[in-house]
Structure formats: C-alpha cells, structure tokens
Design a protein around this ligand. Structure first.
Ligand code: N01
Length: 526
C-alpha cells in the first residue's frame, strides 16, 4: 500500500508530490493529461498567459530553482509556464512517480484499513493511506448546452481543451463565444489570423491593460536577490500578490488626484487597478463607483464606434466584483473591419446549425467556433470523481447544497482525504494559497506519525463554523452581488454559494495555524 495518492499534476499537485517525497513517503500522482502542468497544460489557446507576475506564481521552495530559472516576461505565456513546470518535475526527479493519462474516476474509503482505493479510468487500482486532490479550481471546462452543437459541420474548441497541434485559422470565419479572461486573451490573436471574427458576448467585463514587458537579465538578477522579500509580500497581502492597496480611501482625496492615480494604475503592469488601488474600492460603494466611472470612460476612449463601446461597458456589475480580465489590445480589435461584436442581450443564440450560429436576429456562417465559456469551477473537477467516504457516503451528495469543508482542507465523513486548491480556501494568486495547504497537510501527516494516528477527519460542526466564516468574508463586499463562477452561478442548476475564500491569504494562513496550535481544533484523529 502507498502512503499517498495525489490527483493532478498542476502547480499545486507537483508541490504536494515534492513534499511527500521529501518526507520519505511512497506516492503516486495521477494526472489525466498526457503531460504535466495542469492549467498550463490544458489552456494552450493563443494568448494564454499569467495575470500574476511570473516570479510570484512560481515556486519558492528551492533556492537552486530560484537561482537557475529565468522568466522572460513579467507575465509569462502558457508555453513558458508549461516548460517551467516540466523543468521542476525533471529537476527534482518527480516524473517517476507521475502517471500520465491516468484520470481518476473513483476513490472509496475503506474504514477497516483506514485507506483509500483509487480507481483510474483505465481500470487500474491504487491503495493508499492518504488521498490528496489537487485538481485545480478552474479545470473542468463548462460547455453550454447550446442546441445543435453536435451537428455543427465546422470545428469547435473549448479554450481549456485547445489542441496541441496549431489550429489554422487563416482564411476562416471564426466565432468566439464568451468574453471572460479566456475570451479576452484569445480574441486579439484570433483577429490577427482569421478572415472574419464574430464575438458573441453575453456579459461585458471590466478589462484592464496587462502592460506586459520583458524581464531583462538585470531585472531577473534583482528578482532573484529579492525573492524572499517577494515571497513574504505575497504572504502578507490578501490576494497573494506583490501589490499592496494604498492606505488611503478613494474618498479622502480630490477628484483630480484620484483620476491621476487611476491613470497611473491603468498604465502599470498587471492587476494593479484592483490590487494597488485605494484601500476601499471594493468595500465602499462610492469608492467603487469612482473607479468604475473611470473605466467606463476608458472603454469609450478606446473603442472607436460609440455603439460598440456601449456594448462593451458592463451594466450588471461594477469593477472588482469579478476578477478583471487583463487585456492586450482587446478594445482596439473591434475597430478592425473583419471583427464584429454581437451582444447576446440583443440577439440571443438560438442554436448551432451545420453551417454556423443562428441567433434571434440572423444566421452567422462559421467555420470554427471557439468556446471561451469557462469552467464548472472549484467543485466541478472534484465532484466528477466518484468519491465515497465512511459508510459509502458520496462526496457529491455531501456537497449537494454547496461545498462543506473545514478550512477548505477536509470534509466530514471523508477521513484521510485532503483538498488542495479546493472550495472555501482558494484565493487570488493560487499557488500562494495552495502552498499553505500543502505545508499544512505535511505538518498534519507528521503529527499523525508522531502520535501513531491512522486517520484524521473533520466534523460536521467544524464544517458549519467554516461555512459561516467563509460567508462572512464575502458579506458586505462588492463581491457579494456577483454573478460568476466564484458563486457557481455560470453553471445552470449549480447552487449559488460562494466557492472561494474572501478573507485573504494572511487570515487563511493564520486560521490554519491556529487550528494546529490549539490541538487541531475541528479535526478528529483515530
Ligand atoms: O471563464 P468565465 P474564463 N452563452 O466564466 C460566457 C481564470 N483565467 O475561462 O459572463 C453565451 O469568466 C460567459 O458569459 P456570462 C480567471 O480567474 C485566468 O474566461 O456568464 N456565453 C463569459 O463571458 C477567470 O476569472 C486567466 O454572461 C456564455 C464566458 O463565457 C477564470 O479563469 C485567463 C455561455 C466565460 O467566462 C475563468 O475565466 C483565463 C452561453 N451559454 C482564465 N456560457 C489569466 O489571465 C458562458 N458564457 C491568468
């Protein structure tokens, strides 16, 4: 019997494997894809790149790794990040414990043995004392049930299942459905290649410029020199980024000063508009209105056709309610002759036809459809595995009304099962949140070994308390009213529950540590 099975070879699963191996435990990591990288393996659509600064997203656990790896850009593209994760896997000799093309379909807990039997889709079975899911919060693609898709005679791709071989769009009529972060990234690249591009937008988003730039060798040296400080800053800021909000309120300064500040942030790289802004832009409605007004003006400035500009201005949410897509030339794309924007509020999609897309207003002839329609986020990839805990209880049933966990780490009735990057814990710059969880799991396993425990599980009371806390972190913020994947509201039938953790990384880490210091409150060992 193995000590542990880890599911998922993304950035978090790889780190979990590394730590388990360092502790001398026997581990197998099962990965559905035929390569490692998780998000950075699957999302190979043109334009896919970080919205976290590259060097804040990568690992900090090895000084040698920090010294030998050079990032080429502030926000690295998908190919570079995939290369980085492959480098890490080879550098630390992890590949021999990774099974590729091994999608886990089921996991059943055996009470008598205090162990998990994990079934891979090819029928193979593994037995392990511990099971860690690191399947990623944004990994299960959501393909909307648009009638006629199966009969569409052209080709279609979901952005998160983009093929390895290049998709030739030259001379093609292309449709993109969806204008979230994936859509906003892919659209300028498709526009550069396709003969015709029709963008189908259901909801406009507040996009801000990525302002990406190369990292020079001097800058890379500086990044290496200050790596520890960078990591500490990421641990101290709510979202796990290097940016800190200003200490002043947007309402304490005059209009001109505020505008100048907004402009500086608009011209700065990354998510600064939301992260390095006045401290209250997502908590105070008037402060939030000020930044939203500024961005409304920017869209009107950048989009030539006033009618198109109005369509691109969100009307259902304000800035900061959703993670803002970072863009590079997105707004300018619509000035190109061969690009058009269809607002689904004006003409909803009725169905795919063999030749294209039929809306309520007209038929669009299409050769290639790109579905940038997002994910069954956070719980989707976990619920897809048939996980059965004590007494055969299904995790899927346990989470029917929404996820229930303690600290996002465990669910009651599922001993020795840990979630990394699962519900009620994920926040901001994801690797900075999940490393807290991986480290916590390792401390817990050490504690169990020291005390001769066979299993650890949480309790319904602890789940209840954590749920109340998670809900309290979102209450009263502008996040509360969002219609987005964070609440599961993009997937029909999914309960509207806040799936992430809005309390911020420092508070999350403190709560995980407090539980340990107080003798693992909310956890039971046996
Ligand atoms: O997914 P989304 P995403 N008919 O759910 C539309 C991260 N990420 O893949 O808003 C028509 O945000 C949907 O419309 P609506 C990042 O955290 C990061 O873009 O539901 N349209 C929306 O426009 C991000 O937040 C990066 O009305 C339909 C789009 O599809 C998260 O992943 C890059 C539809 C889906 O947007 C998810 O982003 C990419 C339908 N039936 C992603 N169904 C980085 O920059 C859905 N839509 C690192």
């Amino acid at each position: 019997m193995l000590d542990a099975v880890v599911v998922g070879a993304g950035i978090s699963g790889i780190y979990q494997l590394y730590r388990l191996r360092q502790a001398g435990l026997s581990v197998q990591l099962c990965e559905a894809g035929d390569g490692v990288g998780g998000t950075w393996f699957w999302n190979r659509y043109p334009g896919a790149r970080f919205d976290s600064e590259s060097y804040t997203y990568g690992y900090f656990f090895s000084r040698e790794l920090l010294d030998e790896w050079s990032w080429s850009e502030e926000f690295a593209g998908q190919p570079e990040t995939e290369r980085y994760l492959n480098h890490v896997v080879d550098r630390f000799d992890l590949r021999r414990d990774i099974r590729l093309g091994a999608r886990v379909s089921a996991a059943v807990y055996d009470d008598a043995a205090a162990a998990w039997t994990v079934t891979v889709e090819n029928g193979e079975r593994l037995r392990a004392r511990f099971l860690v899911t690191a399947v990623g919060p944004l990994s299960e693609p959501y393909v909307p049930a648009i009638p006629g898709l199966a009969g569409f005679a052209g080709v279609w791709h979901h952005t998160a299942r983009w093929p390895r071989e290049p998709v030739d769009l030259r001379g093609k009529r292309v449709a993109v459905i969806g204008t979230g972060s994936s859509g906003v990234q892919v659209i300028p690249h498709i526009a550069a290649e396709a003969a015709e591009l029709v963008v189908f937008q259901r909801t406009a988003n507040w996009c801000t410029p990525i302002n990406n730039r190369p990292i020079t060798p001097e800058r890379m040296r500086e990044i290496r020199r200050t790596a520890r400080t960078i990591h500490r800053t990421c641990q101290e800021t709510p979202g796990g980024f290097v940016h800190r909000p200003l200490s002043v309120s947007a309402l304490e300064v005059g209009e001109e000063e505020r505008r100048e500040r907004f402009q500086r942030l608009y011209d700065a790289p990354g998510l600064t508009m939301v992260l390095a802004n006045y401290r209250d832009i997502t908590t105070d409605r008037a402060a939030n209105a000020a930044v939203t007004d500024f961005l409304r003006g920017k869209i009107r400035e950048r989009v030539k056709d006033p009618e198109v500009a109005e369509r691109l201005i969100p009307t259902d949410h304000t800035f900061g309610m959703k993670r803002p897509p970072l863009e590079d030339g997105f707004y300018e794309v619509f000035a190109q002759e061969h690009v058009s924007l269809v607002s689904l509020a004006e003409e909803p999609i009725l169905r795919f036809t063999p030749a294209g897309i039929q809306t309520a207003a007209r038929h669009y002839e299409i050769d290639v459809a790109v579905l940038a329609t997002g994910f069954d986020a956070v719980t989707g990839a976990i619920r897809r595995i048939d996980i059965r805990g004590r007494d055969g209880v299904r995790l899927d049933r346990h989470w029917e009304a929404g996820p229930r966990t303690h600290l996002g780490l465990q669910s009651a009735g599922f001993p020795n099962l840990f979630f990394v990057g699962g519900p009620q814990s994920t926040t901001g710059n994801i690797p900075r949140a999940t490393e807290i969880q991986v480290d916590w799991v390792m401390d817990c396993l050490r504690h169990m070994a020291d005390h001769g425990h066979r299993y650890v599980e949480t309790t319904p009371a602890a789940e209840e308390a954590w749920l109340a806390h998670v809900e309290s972190t979102v209450r009263g913020t502008v996040l509360e009213d969002a219609t987005s994947w964070a609440f599961g509201s993009n997937v029909p039938g999914k309960p509207r529950v806040y799936q992430l953790y809005a309390g911020g990384i420092p508070q999350y880490r403190a709560r995980c540590a407090e539980a340990v210091e107080a003798g693992y409150t909310g956890f039971v060992f046996g």
